[in-house]
Design a protein around this ligand. Structure first.
Ligand code: DQA
Length: 147
């Protein structure tokens, strides 16, 4: 079985650290990747972090994960609230899925309160800032060890 955890990020998350830092903080996606890789490797897992602004590329990467990942951490960005196609792709993935939002989406506009991805996710983390990714990696490691 693969021992690689995938961290998938949707649109605009390439701008993490620069985009609305009062909401998303000053850490970059490269910082998230370094912290999560160190954590995952300490737990005996590999890590791959992806980001795309294109829905189809996120879906293709979820398909790739079917063969190469033991679990998926996903921050789908705004696709969270719109994409049945990403939900369908995650439903075709067998391992654990944890959904992450850097901000507390429930404290924000009502259109951010609904998530298609939550219908599939084993857990949802919102509002912990970029530390949420590390909490999600820890949880995937626990769940993947059970399978
Ligand atoms: C986000 C919340 C989404 O509503 C938003 O569109 C994002 C980021 C978060 O991490 O808090 O792009 O997923």
């Amino acid at each position: 079985m693969s021992k690689t955890i995938y961290i998938l990020n949707g649109p605009n998350l390439n701008l993490l650290g620069q985009r609305q830092p009062e909401i998303y903080g000053r850490e970059t996606l490269a910082d998230v990747e370094a912290d999560c890789r160190k954590l995952a490797e300490g737990l005996g897992f590999g890590l791959k972090l992806f980001q795309s602004n294109h829905e189809g590329v996120v879906i293709d990467t979820i398909h790739e994960a079917r063969k190469s990942a033991c679990g998926i951490v996903i921050n789908p960005g705004a696709f969270t609230h719109t994409s049945v196609a990403i939900l369908d792709a995650l439903n075709a993935f067998d391992g654990p899925v944890i959904e992450v939002h850097i901000s507390n989406v429930h404290k924000r506009e009502s259109f951010r309160h609904h998530s298609y991805v939550s219908l599939r996710a084993e857990g949802v983390i919102a509002g912990l800032g970029t530390e949420g990714y590390q909490a999600a990696v820890r949880r995937i490691a626990q769940l993947a060890a059970k399978t």
